[in-house]
Design a protein around this ligand. Structure first.
Ligand SMILES: *[C@@H]1O[C@H](CO)[C@@H](O)[C@H](O)[C@H]1NC(C)=O
Ligand SMILES: *[C@@H]1O[C@H](CO)[C@@H](O)[C@H](O)[C@H]1NC(C)=O
Length: 290
């Protein structure tokens, strides 16, 4: 009896360590793709103390964001902890066309980049092509914010009334359609708009109206334009001049997505096995106690 118990215990722990080593190994093979390339990032001034309760709250927030991105394209979390001054708030938003595995990969990349960029800063934010991640120790969840964070206008294509008419029509259609994620195109003009999921329908509309208006007024006859406000953005490009929208469904990115999915499944399996293992140990000890 004792011999059999020991054997199954042994094989269980082998499975556990195997799954752990597999899940720890895969992340290094993740490479960048257009969906995961960097657009902008920023950090708040104040630093937190290493190994503080704030750091541990921030770590659990980050874990929640990464896990949630395997099943939802938007989510927010508040980690309140035991004392109010250690509270941390965060959210992520994936671009509306991303598959769940691609979203998960993107958020994992964004989180690792913001960790490098804002190491020990209380707050940070990173926008990649396919997703946005932000956290801070003051709550910004559900608050509309139209601050211009990044504005980029391409070179002017000069006077091209057809091109500009099409651009304005595409932007007008983006402004006129509903939803957090909007795409449109006409001829060689592509347009894209995205709100962060904590905005209401009306707030998203208001934010995008501002972003789109600024694209028209600030970018004039530019062949592309990017207008990133704090809670929404709009972009356009003409003639493939600025392919912000490419490879969303590319083989490479979906492979990466699958890998991340595998990592997360691997981690969850590891945790499940650990629980089984501990339950088993407890039974063994209870058994010995009798
Ligand atoms: C945020 O953190 C900084 C540094 O730890 C602190 O000075 C500030 O008071 C905090 N803000 C809030 C709202 O807790
Ligand atoms: C934050 O998440 C909670 C739970 O998922 C949800 O009920 C709430 O509406 C969200 N808040 C915002 C501002 O998105």
């Amino acid at each position: 009896m004792v011999g059999r118990k020991a054997t199954s215990l042994h094989s269980l722990s082998i499975i556990f360590f195997l799954s752990l080593s597999i899940s720890l190994h895969i992340p290094s093979s993740l490479s960048s793709s257009p969906v995961n390339s960097f657009v902008f990032g920023g950090c708040t001034q104040q630093k937190y103390t290493p190994n503080s309760p704030y750091e541990s709250n921030l770590n659990s927030l980050i874990t929640s964001l990464v896990n949630s991105a395997t099943y939802s394209s938007y989510n927010n979390f508040s980690i309140l902890g035991s004392s109010p001054q250690d509270a941390v708030y965060g959210l992520y938003q994936c671009r509306g066309d991303l598959s769940m595995p691609d979203c998960a990969t993107c958020v994992a990349r964004a989180v690792s980049q913001v960790g490098v960029l804002c190491s020990q800063n209380c707050g940070g934010a990173v926008q990649l092509q396919g997703c946005y991640v932000k956290y801070d120790n003051t709550t910004f969840l559900g608050v509309e914010d139209k601050t211009v964070v990044l504005k980029k206008c391409g070179p002017s294509i000069g006077y091209d009334s057809d091109g500009m008419t099409r651009r304005d029509a595409v932007l007008g259609a983006l402004a006129g359609s509903g939803g957090l994620y909007r795409v449109g195109g006409s001829g060689n003009v592509q347009g894209l708009a995205q709100c962060v999921g904590d905005l209401s329908f009306g707030e998203c509309q208001d934010c995008l109206t501002e972003a789109i208006g600024r694209l028209k007024s600030d970018c004039g006859t530019a062949n592309y334009g990017d207008m990133f406000l704090a809670k929404c953005y709009s972009r356009y490009s003409t003639g493939g001049s600025h392919d912000f929208y490419s490879n969303a469904h590319g083989d490479k990115s979906s492979n990466e997505g699958e890998k991340t999915f595998a990592i997360i499944v691997g981690l969850l399996a590891g945790v499940a096995l650990l629980i089984i293992f501990l339950t088993f140990m407890r039974k063994v000890f209870e058994g010995n106690g009798k």
